[in-house]
Design a protein around this ligand. Structure first.
Ligand code: DC
Length: 232
C-alpha cells in the first residue's frame, strides 16, 4: 500500500528525504540524528509521536483498548520538538516517553489505522527544505514512499536488548535484560505482523545491519550513499 503525497505542497515535493526504518534499538534514531546534523537537515523521530500518543492515553487513564480515544489524542497532540527536549502540553516529556511501559503501549496503539492516519499529516509536515531524515517503521513504505534514499537498519535482537538495557540504565531507569529481550521479541512480532504499515523494508531500501559495525560506520555509509546519488 502506497500513500500519495498531497500534490500541491511545494516544500513537500522539493525537499529530499532519507528514510531510516528498522526495529526498536537498531540504532536508527542516533544514526538519523547524526546524518541530519551533518547534512544540516531536519529530523523526524516518528516513534516519538507514537510514544507521545501512548503517554497521552496513559495520562487520560486509558489502558490501550480504545482505538477512538487513542486516535483523538493523536490528532490533538500539542507537541513541540526541540533539539534536547520534547514538549507535550508545555511539559518536557522527552525522558518519560523512553520508558518501556510507554514503548510497549506505543507499539500497541500504532497497530490501529485510525492512530496512524491521525499522525500522517503531522509527519509529512516535517518535510521541508533543505531536507529531512525520517526514522521509524514505515517511513520508506508509507509516509515518504518517494524518498530518494531508503535505509532499512536491522540488528540481532540480543544486541538490541543489550543496547536498550544500557540506554535505560544510563537514563536512571531500572531494567532487566531477560525481560527486555522478551519485550523486544514481542514488540518486533507486533510491529512486523500488524496489518497496517507493518515493519518491513521497502522494495527499494538498502538493508544494513548494525550488529557488528559501529554507529559511525553506518553514518558514513549512509552519507556515502547519499553523495554517490549525485544531484537530484
Ligand atoms: O522507534 P520507537 O521504539 O520509538 O517506536 C515506538 C513504537 O512506535 C514502535 O514499537 C512501533 C511504533 N512506530 C510505528 O508503528 N511506526 C513508526 N513509523 C514509528 C514507530
Amino acid at each position: 500500500m502506497r500513500a500519495e503525497f498531497s500534490g500541491n505542497d511545494v516544500s513537500l515535493r522539493s525537499a529530499p528525504v532519507i528514510t531510516i526504518d528498522g526495529p526498536t534499538a537498531s540504532g536508527k534514531g542516533t544514526i538519523a540524528q547524526r546524518v541530519a546534523q551533518i547534512l544540516g537537515w531536519r529530523v523526524l523521530d516518528s516513534g516519538a509521536l507514537y510514544r507521545l500518543t501512548a503517554l497521552a492515553v496513559l495520562r487520560e487513564g486509558g489502558d490501550g483498548t480504545d482505538e477512538a480515544q487513542a486516535a483523538r489524542l493523536a490528532r490533538n497532540l500539542d507537541v513541540r520538538f526541540e533539539p534536547e527536549a520534547i514538549y507535550m502540553d508545555g511539559e518536557d516529556v522527552g525522558h518519560l516517553i523512553r520508558q518501556e511501559v510507554v514503548g510497549n503501549l506505543a507499539s500497541r496503539v500504532a497497530a490501529w489505522p485510525a492512530v496512524r492516519e491521525a499522525l500522517m499529516a503531522r509527519q509529512r509536515d516535517f518535510c521541508r527544505l533543505p531536507g529531512l531524515v525520517a526514522d521509524g517503521r514505515d517511513m520508506g513504505t508509507v509516509v515518504f514512499p518517494d524518498a530518494p534514499l531508503k535505509i532499512f537498519l536491522d540488528a540481532a535482537v540480543e544486541v538490541r536488548a543489550q543496547r536498550r538495557y544500557k540506554q535505560l540504565k544510563d537514563k536512571g531507569f531500572s531494567a532487566n535484560l531477560a525481560s527486555l529481550l522478551q519485550d523486544l521479541r514481542d514488540r518486533d512480532a507486533r510491529d512486523r505482523g500488524r496489518a497496517h504499515a507493518p515493519l518491513v523494508a521497502a522494495a527499494d531500501a538498502i538493508t544494513m545491519d548494525s550488529s557488528r559495525q559501529g554507529i559511525d560506520d553506518v553514518v558514513r555509509q549512509v552519507l556515502d550513499l547519499w553523495s554517490a546519488r549525485g544531484p537530484a
